[in-house]
Design a binder for this molecule. Structure first.
Ligand code: PRT
Ligand code: MG
Length: 225
């Protein structure tokens, strides 16, 4: 038995759904497969084909927390989640690679028919519901628009429909959800993709195990072999 196999496995934190699914090809490029499916299994710790790597399945917005505190050595999280996390914990995470997965855009959207441009021109104070408070605050500050931000944890699309807010700041990929709820995109704030994040102490202490995986992810996400 090699000394490395006596170590506890490296732990990669992922959220289920699109990030898990889009990470599987990156792991495959590193020669690693995962047999259990988090959608059907209730397990939160998943073994992989490598004794040196296990996965933990957590909420998307919790991935940076697990990695920051070293409960996971590394993880994958959207730029949206990382930006909000960094508001309270600047520089806490090493973020070596944009993996270019789970791509979408952060947008301002309003009810169809609401004249957003006129409201902005007239200097109206807007009520904006969002999960992305930091990104929203900074966006409207740059535009010089006064906003009252209302923090929500999900289903932002509902807020303008029931009079909770004039606008929302939310992620959009196909636009289908906005359309189904009679909303329209009026501004793109930024493009979003997911990044690899690494615990700084793990990189120092377990670099020999981590670096080959980081390199394989970098090659795979750059479209290489
Ligand atoms: O669902 P949960 O509350 O647990 O957390 P989460 O929504 O943060 O997790 P998840 O798995 O849905 O998203 C993980 C990451 O995927 C996000 O942090 C983003 O970086 C990225 N991503 C990519 C998206 C989308 N595309 C996306 N379309 N995250 C969310 N959406 C949602 C969006 O909020 C909206 O409700 O999908 C809806 C819009 O989709 P379209 O295709 O109808 O436009
Ligand atoms: Mg979601």
């Amino acid at each position: 038995m090699s000394p490395a196999s006596l170590d506890k496995p490296l732990t990669l934190a992922l959220s289920k759904g699109r990030i898990f699914e889009e990470t599987m090809p990156l792991l495959a490029a590193a020669g690693i497969s995962v047999t259990e499916n988090p959608e059907t299994s209730r397990k939160l710790i998943l073994r992989t084909s490598s004794a040196g790597l296990q996965l933990i399945i957590v909420r998307a917005s919790d991935v940076p927390t697990y990695v920051q505190y070293g409960a996971a050595d590394f993880g994958i999280a959207g730029a949206d989640v990382l930006y909000e996390h960094a508001a309270a914990h600047p520089g806490a995470l090493y973020q070596p690679i944009d993996l270019n997965i789970a791509r979408c855009r952060l947008c301002v959207a309003v009810r169809t028919g609401f004249d957003y441009e006129a409201a902005v021109r007239q200097g109206s104070r807007l009520r904006v519901a969002t999960k992305y408070v930091r990104a929203a605050r900074e966006h409207f500050a740059r535009k010089g628009v006064y906003v009252d931000l209302i923090k929500l944890y999900g289903s932002m699309e509902l807020a303008p429909l029931v009079g909770l807010a004039d606008a929302i700041v939310d992620l959009v990929s196909t636009g289908g959800t906005l359309k189904a709820n009679n909303l329209m995109e009026v501004e793109e704030i930024t493009a979003i993709s997911s990044r690899l994040i690494v615990n700084k102490a793990s990189l120092k202490m377990r670099g020999s195990g981590l670096q080959p995986l980081i390199d394989a992810f970098a090659r795979a996400s750059a479209g290489g072999t």
